[in-house]
Every structure is written in structure tokens, then in C-alpha cells.
Design a protein around this ligand. Structure first.
Ligand code: AMP
Ligand code: GLY
Length: 416
């Protein structure tokens, strides 16, 4: 079968890398891909948002299965359009992808089905939100744009003035466009975070091995939020008991609620959880693999990934056994100077061929006249599979030193 992977980051390079190893897969295409996917698959010059173009490509090239990496095409209904054209595609349809597409929808669902999450209020106008904050006495507080904002739509405001400013920027200045037409103001929670990813079909949910993402740019969890500066698997806080608790009290009631609402979910469900003193509570849902969590989860997967995707599409997930490597994995991100704010692009990258004991998944790279150059904020993910997280980290850091580009930025405390 020929497979199409949609997206062009580190997550998608990892998906492509795993799928080319499948005995069921004859050829892999990636749209738009990056310099790393170009090495092991065929890049297609179509953006991940060009649903008609992708559909046409899949039809004309007899693609047997399409896998969608990022959230935007899922929320915009790519699965619905492929299914209507009788093309096999992995992921939730638009009605189910709303779990990531609308934070208001998700908070209402969690409340309706009594699933633990932060207390919240929703607002469709700035005035009442500002007034609410005026009367509120507990800070910090969390302000969230309802819609998709490329991971930037969450503000943790330390003071009333800061929170009110955030509301104005979202609702009046429209810094996130229509995503800020409605907002959530919610209680600030504290505790360690856990990313729980599951394969889901209409009958079965199978959790993957756990991971921990390091979202802030700076050491000691300081500075701006990024897409993720590194990850480890397993998450040291995770055990069978916590997994069983989260499945029973969070994941299963959410999936049951979605079925009840006429929005059955299928694909990858990613639940961001905070382990508060009052127990695990939901931070957010994503409807796709995490980036960079995928870079540490999929290297540990022993089962053929294409077989799992096929089983989910056909609602046969209960029939297959999913086997994981017992060891550990780590990935560190080599980022551009300035990320997550403005950063330069087009800088030459050297030393990739010197890496021996790690795998390098490309994120923001492209080929320019045959040379690999930077093209994004997160440039490369140096990933290692080892017996322990410490061994994996050591190798990733050592190999990360062998790669050079101007302004290369690494967070040094991944794993801590
Ligand atoms: P989200 O996109 O909703 O996961 O939010 C991004 C990040 O903001 C999370 O990973 C948390 O670190 C933080 N965050 C979101 N909601 C809250 C909350 N209610 N309390 C504390 N931190 C939060
Ligand atoms: N690493 C966080 C995310 O993929 O949303």
C-alpha cells in the first residue's frame, strides 16, 4: 500500500520513518515534508491545509491510506472529505476534532459528563470578561482563546491588569483572529503535567507508553511557551495505577460523552493532564499525535504502525496486540535563535552525517540547492532509544553537539 503523511515537522518525519519500516507499506509520500522526510520518502509540494489538492493527489496516485499529522486539517474536515471520496484516512472527522478545535465545547463536555478539569467561565464579549476579572481576587488566572491559535492561545496572567490586557488583545485586537471571538477564563491549577496519548476506534481505547514534554524555552521551566523543547518516555510520574485511574475517570467518560453527543471519536486522542493535589484534571485535548512526544513514543513501538492505523480505520483495534520496547527514549530539540519569537531562516546545517548513536528527526529544515538549511523555529530533534532515560539523554546531548548551525539553541535540562 502507498501511504501519504500530511504535515512537515518532527512528528511527521517520525511517522514517515516508522511507516517506511512497515512490511505493508510500499511507498511513502509526505506533504509538504522537510529535508529529513525527503531522504526516506517522496515530498509532495502541497501545504497541509490544501485539502482539495491533497484529495486530488491521493486519488490520482492510488494512496491506500492517509495519515494526518497536524490539527488544522482535521478540524477543517479533511477526514470527512476523504471518506466522502472513498479514500482511507486515519484521524477524527470534523465533528469529533472539535475536542481540540473549540475549548468552549470541550469545557462544556467535561462539565456535562463530570470529568475533572479547572473551574471556568465563558465569555463572548470583552466587557463582561473585564468586569469578571475586576471582581476576581485570585491570581494567577488562565485566559484561553476558544479556537486554534497554533499553541499560543493560552495566557497565564499573574495579575488583574495582565489578565484584562490579555482579554482585550484576544477579543478586541483579535490577535488570534476569530479564535478569540469567545474565550474561557479558568482557574489556575498547579502540579506536574502528563501527556496521555491513546489509539482510539469506535469500540476500543489503547493507551500508548507515557511521555513528558518540556514546553518552556528556558531551563527550570522558565520563559515563553514553545511547541516543546524536548521529551522523554516513559514519564517518571506515570504508573499502571495512574493509567487505570485516568482511563476510568477521564478518557473513557470523554469518549462515552462524545458518542452520546453524536460525535464518536476515532484516531489519536491526546489528553493533557495536570496532576493536582485534588487528583488528575484535564488541561486540554488534542486530536492528533503530540510534537515532540511522538519522537519518543513511536521509536518505542514494536508493532507495525500501519497495521494499527488499518485496525483503527476498520474498528478492529481490539483484535491486535500493541507491543512496546521496555526501555526508554529521549529527544532534544535544536531550535533557531529567537524561537518561539522571531528567528532567522535559511541557515546552513552541518554535521548531520557525524551523528551515529542517535536518530535525527528533522522539523524546520529544507533542501536549498542540495544543502540542508533551517526553515523553522524547531529545527531538528536528536532522538535516542536506550535502556534508561538517562542513557538516552546523554546520547542525544552528545550527538546534538555534533550538529552545527548559527544560533543553535538547546534546552539543557530535558529529563529533569
Ligand atoms: P493547553 O494548550 O490548554 O494545554 O495549555 C498550554 C499550557 O498552559 C499547559 O500545558 C499548561 O502548562 C498551561 N495551562 C493550561 N491551563 C492551565 C490551568 N488551568 N492551570 C495552570 N496551567 C494551565
Ligand atoms: N507537545 C505539545 C503538543 O503537541 O501539543
Amino acid at each position: 500500500m502507498k501511504v501519504l503523511v500530511i504535515g512537515g515537522g518532527g512528528r511527521e518525519h517520525t511517522l514517515v520513518w516508522k511507516l517506511v519500516q512497515s512490511s505493508r507499506v510500499s511507498e511513502v509520500f509526505c506533504a509538504p515534508g522537510n529535508a529529513g522526510t525527503e531522504e526516506i520518502a517522496t515530498n509532495i509540494d502541497l501545504s497541509d491545509g490544501d485539502i482539495p489538492g491533497l484529495l486530488k493527489f491521493a486519488r490520482e496516485n492510488e494512496i491506500g491510506m492517509t495519515m494526518v499529522g497536524p490539527e488544522v486539517p482535521l478540524v477543517n474536515g479533511i477526514v470527512d472529505e476523504f471518506e466522502a471520496a472513498n479514500l482511507r484516512i486515519f484521524g477524527p472527522n470534523a465533528r469529533a476534532a472539535i475536542l481540540e478545535g473549540s475549548k468552549v465545547f470541550t469545557k462544556e463536555l467535561l462539565a456535562k459528563y463530570q470529568i475533572p478539569t479547572a473551574e471556568y467561565h465563558r465569555f463572548t464579549e470583552a466587557g463582561p470578561a473585564i468586569k469578571f476579572l475586576e471582581a476576581n481576587t485570585t491570581y494567577p488566572i488562565v485566559i484561553k482563546a476558544d479556537g486554534l491559535a497554533a499553541g499560543k492561545g493560552v495566557l497565564i496572567s499573574p495579575t488583574k491588569e495582565d489578565a484584562q490586557q490579555g482579554v482585550r488583545e484576544m477579543m478586541e485586537d483579535k490577535v488570534f483572529g476569530a479564535a478569540g471571538d469567545e474565550i474561557i477564563i479558568e482557574e489556575f491549577m498547579t502540579g506536574p503535567e502528563l501527556s496521555m496519548l491513546c489509539f482510539v476506534d469506535s469500540k476500543t481505547v489503547v493507551p500508548m507508553v507515557s511521555a513528558k514534554d518540556y514546553k518552556r524555552i528556558g531551563e527550570g521551566d522558565t520563559g515563553l511557551n514553545t511547541g516543546g523543547m524536548g521529551a522523554i518516555s516513559p514519564n517518571p510520574l506515570y504508573d499502571d495505577e495512574l493509567e487505570a485511574y485516568c482511563l476510568e475517570n477521564i478518557i473513557e467518560p470523554t469518549l462515552e460523552g462524545m458518542r452520546h453527543e453524536g460525535r464518536p471519536f476515532k484516531g489519536i486522542l491526546y489528553c493533557g493532564i495536570m496532576l493536582t493535589e485534588a487528583g488528575p484534571r484535564v488541561l486540554e485535548y488534542n486530536v492528533r499525535f503530540g510534537d515532540p512526544e511522538t519522537q519518543v513514543i513511536l521509536p518505542r513501538l514494536k508493532t507495525d504502525l500501519a497495521e494499527i492505523f488499518d485496525a483503527v480505520i476498520d474498528d478492529r483495534l481490539n483484535e491486535i496486540e500493541i507491543i512496546w520496547d521496555e526501555g526508554a527514549a529521549a529527544t532534544i530539540v535544536l531550535a533557531s535563535q529567537g524561537y518561539p519569537e522571531a528567528y532567522p531562516k535559511g541557515l546552513p546545517i552541518s554535521g548531520l552525517d557525524r551523528v551515529k548513536s542517535s536518530v535525527v528527526f528533522h522539523a524546520g529544515t529544507k533542501l536549498a540547492s542540495g544543502e540542508v538549511v533551517t526553515s523553522g523555529g524547531r529545527v531538528l530533534n536528536v532522538t535516542t532509544l536506550a535502556e534508561t532515560v538517562d542513557e538516552a539523554l546523554e546520547s542525544s546531548y552528545t550527538n546534538g553537539e555534533l550538529i552545527q548551525f548559527e544560533g543553535k539553541t538547546i534546552r539543557k535540562d530535558i529529563g529533569s
